[in-house]
Write a protein that binds this ligand. Structure first.
Ligand code: LMR
Length: 353
């Protein structure tokens, strides 16, 4: 009994002094400087699901892998990016909604697809806007790109960056396309977006808006005669299996807006946000440096495929296309506004063909 009373009095004394001077455990828990989360791996593992529609061996697929590796490295493995290429999770018709609802954290749709939701984005799809790659870079990394990314300020979508693919070319099953008049007897698959639609309207072409990953089947059954795309997309999706003619026209540029779910972003610590920004910057630079070479590799693969007849527009034919497509600019200006339009025209003139 005596021992019991001694133990009891020690416990009571312990509790009272803890109440007076505070529990050490609480102190540690409330002071983050005791921890180094990254070193001790105490951060909860964060997974970013990144859905896109292109193949892995394309500029978008490879830039996404680069971004994933860089981010994992910068966060000591705390942030993992799970990439779902080839529309494995969502296709271009439902990826926007999936991002908004938080069913995925990242997508990277073609700029034309973003212009369905934010019409000002159509500026990047204007035909013959970029006479060379430097012009593309100036638009993507200058005032235009900045304005477009900052403009993504509602719909629970945060714009992270713009990624590169390459120039679009025309393929079809019927005959070699050389002049604007050649389009009027053809039916084309298109991406969504007002400028794309207007481009084909000016060429008097009938069109069907189809998901990227449905294009192959629709070419196969001849529902559409042709489509426009980069050489990396044409090769990786094997469009050449149902297309006889390829016209190298470089008439438009295909690139991407890299987007994140805004709520997800807001819930991240500032150090993770910084790592994402840093990984994104490096991955974008990598993509810019490698996109041309990746498309060139696919061009070589296509050229060694005997079944596709390749025709490159002459300077005179390209001028005819440009002239035929000029009205697309007037229509776009009504939505894009004169300031950005002036900017893109300045870039175009600076690098005129
Ligand atoms: C297309 O739909 O043709 C392209 O946007 C696919 C892609 O994402 O490269």
């Amino acid at each position: 009994m005596r021992n019991f009373l001694i133990i009891l009095s020690l416990i009571v004394a312990g509790i009272s002094s803890a109440v007076m001077i505070g529990f050490d455990v609480e102190e540690i828990g409330s002071d983050n400087t005791y921890y180094d989360d990254e070193q001790e791996g105490l951060d909860e593992q964060i997974t970013i699901r990144f859905s896109h529609v292109a193949a892995e061996n394309t500029p978008k697929g490879r830039t996404a892998s680069k971004f994933a590796a860089l981010l994992e490295d910068k966060t000591n493995g705390n942030v993992k990016v799970q990439i779902y290429p080839n529309a494995l999770l969502y296709n271009d018709a439902n990826e926007w909604e999936a991002l908004q609802n938080g069913n995925v954290e990242m997508i990277a749709p073609a700029t034309a697809k973003i212009s369905e939701h934010y019409p000002v984005w159509q500026i990047l799809d204007l035909p013959f806007a970029f006479p060379n790659y430097q012009a593309v870079e100036e638009a993507y990394e200058g005032e235009i790109g900045e304005a477009l990314l900052e403009g993504l300020n509602h719909a629970n979508v945060k714009g992270l960056d713009l990624w590169y693919n390459g120039y679009k070319q025309m393929t079809n099953q019927e005959y070699a396309i050389r002049t604007p008049d050649d389009f009027s007897r053809l039916h084309f698959r298109t991406m969504p977006g007002p400028v794309i639609q207007e481009q084909f309207n000016q060429l008097n072409t009938s069109t069907s808006k189809l998901s990227f990953n449905k294009t192959y089947q629709n070419l196969e059954v001849s529902f559409v005669d042709g489509q426009e795309n980069t050489l990396s997309n044409i090769n990786t999706k094997k469009f050449y299996e149902h297309q006889k003619y390829l016209t190298i026209s470089n008439h438009g540029y295909l690139g991407y807006g890299v987007l994140m779910n805004q709520d997800f972003w807001d819930g991240l610590s500032s150090s993770v946000q910084e790592s994402i920004n840093a990984a994104m910057k490096e991955a974008t630079e990598w993509g810019r440096r490698h996109a041309i070479e990746i498309n060139d590799q696919h061009a070589r693969a296509i050229r060694s495929n005997q079944s596709l007849e390749i025709y490159t527009l002459s300077a005179e034919e390209r001028a005819q296309w440009e002239h035929a497509l000029h009205p697309v600019y007037d229509k776009a200006e009504q939505t894009v506004g004169s300031d950005l339009m002036k900017e893109i025209k300045t870039i175009k003139e600076r690098y005129a063909y």
